[in-house]
Write a protein that binds this ligand. Structure first.
Ligand code: GLA
Length: 441
């Protein structure tokens, strides 16, 4: 059969249209909506609720009636038992830390929460109420909480959304409202809620449930979401905590656990700069009441140099991260205390505008970070990852100022004013170290 040129192009058009229609049908969400996993009407209804226009019914974070709890308008500051003590906690150790928080000036520098991490739990009583391990905490948690409060501090505790905690103690699954009530009776001010032994649970649902339980107690309890920035390999759990956590918790872990090293991986734990690289890109999710949590400070635990620890403190402040010390406050040396209580760096972390900083230039091992502060000034970190000292320059346009502007430079580690500059600021930065300044008009 002979088809002329026009006829041929008509045939091509028809073939193209048919193929496109077929492809569209395969890719279309309508196909999914029309194909429920089961044949019964109930299954169709459930399927439509998740995949159809009403799917927010499965997204507690999208409930228009949900409000943030109004707490942690600046990143929480405190101490947590895990990094130093692990499961070796008892009431004597926690009391000593509470005393030291006062005696060392940590409290006056802004550290508020004393948080006992995993392994405080005993059994559930016959009514299902959680009790403390009576060997480690013979006076009970309420007495410890009262002691911490008597020092002008706040008290925090730890549990898990699964059947067991990561340390194998009892978790809160199935007891969320009951446990929240127990914590409120113990005058708990902060709950870190972990993610071990959760099976196929959906984390948004699990954390929203505990958030609701905490709210229902009527007590102000900061809620720390600790699901490590990972996703379960399940159908429904496809959103990260920073996608849904803003009105559910006050902070969410961005990574697996930190360990006390400059860089690297040890089992499921990551070194300091690995955590920085995973957290920095999330800067847009942080804000008053809801913070990225790159895990706790290792400052003073011995695995890094004082220079590297100054780096951790500076970068955590730039990321608007919670400052939760994890060392033995009672026995810390001067270097450690001077880092943890550096008020000029703490002021950057606690800036009331709550806009997290970010890396504005990445020249391989040499980086420039900038954070805009409420008074219009900028915190700048020059970060040298290499193993040799190096000059690093921050130019005004890359940190958000016009070139000709005259800016005062204040060194936040040396606590000295370096005069006024235009155009740029250059400093020699030690290996694995930082120079941190504040630029202001
Ligand atoms: C997890 C958390 C840690 C710590 C331990 C306790 O690994 O991420 O921060 O709480 O559990 O077992």
């Amino acid at each position: 059969m002979y088809i002329d040129r026009e006829g041929r192009s008509r045939v091509y058009t028809i073939i193209t249209l048919v193929i496109s229609a077929l492809l569209l049908t395969i890719a279309s969400p309508m196909t999914k909506a029309q194909t429920p996993p089961g044949n019964d009407p109930g299954s169709q209804k459930l399927f439509n609720m998740e995949m159809g226009p009403n799917r927010s019914i499965f997204r507690p974070s999208m409930d228009p009636n949900r409000t943030a709890n109004g707490l942690a308008l600046t990143p929480p500051m405190g101490w947590n038992s895990w990094n130093k003590l692990g499961c070796n906690i008892d009431e004597k150790a926690v009391r000593a830390i509470a005393d030291a928080m006062v005696n060392t000036g940590m409290r006056d520098a802004g550290y508020q929460y004393v948080v006992i991490d995993d392994c405080w739990q005993g059994k559930r009583d016959p009514d299902g109420n959680i009790t403390a391990d009576s060997v480690k905490f013979p006076s009970g948690i309420k007495a410890l909480s009262d002691y911490v409060h008597s020092k002008g501090l706040k008290f925090g505790i730890y549990s898990d959304a699964g059947s067991k905690t990561c340390g194998g103690r009892l978790g809160s699954q199935g007891h969320e409202y009951q446990d929240a009530l127990t914590y409120a009776r113990w005058a708990v001010d902060y709950l870190k809620y972990d993610w071990c032994f959760t099976g196929t649970r959906n984390s948004e649902e699990a954390y929203a449930l505990m958030a609701d339980a905490l709210r229902a107690t009527g007590r102000d309890i900061v809620f720390s979401i600790c699901n490590w920035g990972v996703n379960r390999p399940t159908m429904t759990d496809k959103f990260m905590a920073w996608d849904w956590g803003q009105k559910i918790g006050n902070l969410w872990r961005t990574t697996e656990d930190i360990y006390d090293a400059w860089a690297g991986r040890k089992g499921t734990s990551l070194g300091m700069v690995n955590i920085v690289d995973l957290t920095e890109p999330l800067y847009g999710h942080a804000g008053p009441g809801h913070w990225n949590d790159p895990d706790m400070l290792e400052i003073g635990n011995g695995g890094m140099s004082a220079t590297e620890y100054r780096g951790q403190f500076s970068l955590w402040a730039m990321m608007a991260a919670p400052l939760i010390a994890g060392n033995d406050i009672a026995a810390m040396d001067d270097d450690t205390r001077n880092i943890l209580t550096n008020r000029e760096v703490i002021a950057v972390d606690q800036d009331p505008m709550g806009v997290a900083g970010r890396r504005v230039r990445d020249d391989g091992d040499l980086e420039v970070w900038a954070r805009t502060l409420a008074d219009g000034s900028r915190a700048i970190v020059l970060f040298n990852r290499s193993d040799k000292p190096a000059d690093i320059t921050a130019s005004w346009p890359e940190v958000g100022y016009p070139t000709s502007m005259a800016l005062k430079v204040r060194d936040l580690w040396e606590h000295t004013s370096l005069g006024t500059r235009t155009e740029k600021f250059t400093a020699n930065v030690p290996a694995h170290g930082v120079v941190m300044v504040r630029l202001s008009q």
